[in-house]
Design a protein around this ligand. Structure first.
Ligand code: DGP
Length: 114
């Protein structure tokens, strides 16, 4: 989708600090990091929100978690721990409507989130 920021990053039209790539997913550093490591993990296929995930997307969505595992290992976070979260729609704070896992780590994270 040409009006989607994350599709434009996938297409190389907008620069990003890409730290992981697979045939179905991409991870890059968040432009406004909330932790020492804050990566966004996105599917190459445009899916707007969790509400739009259907049975044909299971492999793609699973690949986002495989990417999270790889990024966490790369960043040295696997042992200490990290958080993976996906916001859905406005009340949860979703601002980019192309699904993405936030991977946060490198500091102690409080719970519950705000
Ligand atoms: P969310 O609020 O859950 O939709 O998260 C969107 C995140 O995307 C937010 O933390 C900021 C980040 N972001 C928005 N635009 C860009 C961009 O152009 N580049 C990068 N690297 N991150 C972006």
């Amino acid at each position: 989708m040409s009006d989607c920021i994350f599709c434009r990053i996938i297409d190389g039209d907008i620069p990003a600090d890409i730290i992981y790539e697979s045939h179905s997913a991409l991870a890059f550093r968040d432009i406004n990091p909330q932790a020492p490591t804050h990566a966004l993990i996105i599917p190459r296929q445009h899916i707007s929100t969790i509400n739009d995930i259907d049975d044909t997307h299971h492999e793609i969505v699973g690949s986002l978690f495989s990417a999270a595992r790889e990024v966490a290992a790369q960043e040295g976070l696997a042992e200490d721990g990290y958080r993976v979260v996906m916001n859905c729609n406005e009340a949860a704070g979703q601002t980019v409507f192309h699904i993405h896992l936030h991977l946060l780590g490198g500091r102690n994270l409080s719970w519950p989130p705000g």
